[in-house]
Write a protein that binds this ligand. Structure first.
Ligand SMILES: NC(=O)c1ccc[n+]([C@@H]2O[C@H](COP(=O)([O-])OP(=O)(O)OC[C@H]3O[C@@H](n4cnc5c(N)ncnc54)[C@H](OP(=O)(O)O)[C@@H]3O)[C@@H](O)[C@H]2O)c1
Length: 338
């Protein structure tokens, strides 16, 4: 039996426990052993839940920790501590990966354990693992992704006739958007994710703060109609271009011929272009309790299969890029065309 701990028993953390419980047989089949949640740490006083990270990291039985707390602190301190104790950490926390991923990756290597973060980009879509394992030999020229389900839901509903405010209100009522939706609608969430993707394929560390970021708050009903008249859809994209070393987030006009055109509602779509493989399209649920938890569990299984060793995470020794370009907008146009 492989003992694990979950830090932060919210949406995703409780989802991890549920995936492990419901898919025990499948996990045993792929891992050759059972996963057992020995500890849950949360700030709340829930029976059976611990509040002290030291209890967890000082228990030699604990082999893998899931960090599903979110935010920079105490997630950074706890992750650091776990890795120093040789305990692998699997994270859904894009903010932490963006800010400290390179450093945490190095600590994991030093202590023969792993820092994996599949769930931090694209929720349940196994895009990071595929990039790491199947695209290592490719020269990736471009990544274009619909990476925020809330924005995509709002834009899909605007296309169906709602205005921005009503579409946002509906997303909030259905639980897709936070009460404070700024990180989503202003593009910051997408910026964090495209910065992580760009870092994995470029061999340089792109940071979220360097990414030129325009959200969807200025997209009007008229813009959507104009796009439709041209046979296009407006989608909030995070785009990385290798040739110009540019990374940006903005609403784009997406032609009907693109596979991203048909990615609607809360779904995410990520198109990766390699010099040999050409376009590869990833599609699925980019958020939500069980899809995201499933991605965390896929990392846990990888760590459990490789105990005492470091799994390459793609952030090894990345140097920060000096500056990040944004592609120019066509003269007089409100939107770039994909
Ligand atoms: N929700 C999604 O669909 C989704 C998708 C992809 C990635 N993620 C990422 O996954 C992470 C978790 O998201 P979530 O939606 O599960 O958030 P959440 O529901 O708010 O869960 C976070 C949990 O961690 C607890 N926590 C916060 N600070 C803590 C501390 N100092 N010590 C111990 N526990 C603490 C919270 O307790 P309180 O509630 O008492 O604060 C809460 O139970 C975030 O990084 C998020 O970006 C989420």
């Amino acid at each position: 039996m492989i003992n694990i701990a979950i830090l932060g028993f919210g949406n995703i953390g409780s989802g991890v426990a549920e995936v492990i419980e419901k898919n025990q047989a499948e996990i045993k089949n792929v891992l050759g052993d059972n996963l057992h949640v020995k500890y849950i740490l949360d700030i709340r006083d829930i029976p059976g839940v611990v509040n002290d990270i030291n209890i967890i990291v000082n228990d030699p039985d604990v082999k893998v920790i899931c960090e599903t707390m979110g935010g920079k602190e105490p997630a950074y301190t706890y992750t650091h501590l776990a890795l120093e104790h040789g305990i692998s950490v699997c994270s859904s926390n894009k903010e932490l990966v963006d800010a400290y991923g390179v450093e945490l990756s190095a600590i994991a290597r030093e202590h023969n354990c792993s820092y994996l973060f599949e769930a931090s980009v694209g929720g349940g879509i196994p895009v990071l693992r595929t990039i790491r394992e199947a695209f290592g030999h490719e020269k990736v020229s471009r990544i274009a992704g619909i990476l925020n389900g809330t924005c995509n839901y709002i834009l899909t509903n605007m296309k169906a006739g709602k205005d921005f405010a009503d579409a946002l209100k509906e997303a909030q009522e259905k639980g897709f958007a936070e009460r404070n939706p700024a990180a989503d609608v202003e593009g910051h969430d997408t910026a964090r994710k495209i910065a992580i993707l760009a870092s994995l394929v470029s061999g340089k560390k792109f940071s979220y703060e360097q990414v030129s970021c325009e959200g969807i708050t200025n997209v009007t009903q008229q813009d959507i109609k104009d796009a439709e008249a041209q046979g296009m859809s407006i989608k909030l994209l995070g785009v990385y271009e290798a040739e110009t070393q540019s990374v940006n987030v903005a609403p784009y006009l997406v032609p009907a011929s693109s596979p991203l055109y048909g990615v609607n509602d809360v779904f995410n779509g990520i198109m990766v272009t390699g010099n040999m493989v050409d376009n590869v399209m990833f599609y699925g649920r980019g958020a939500g309790k069980l899809p995201t938890a499933s991605a965390v569990v896929s990392d846990v299984i990888e760590c459990a299969k490789t105990l005492g060793r470091n799994v390459k995470d793609g952030l090894e020794d990345l140097e920060p890029v000096a500056s990040v370009n944004a592609p120019a907008k066509p003269d007089g146009q409100k939107f770039r065309v994909l």
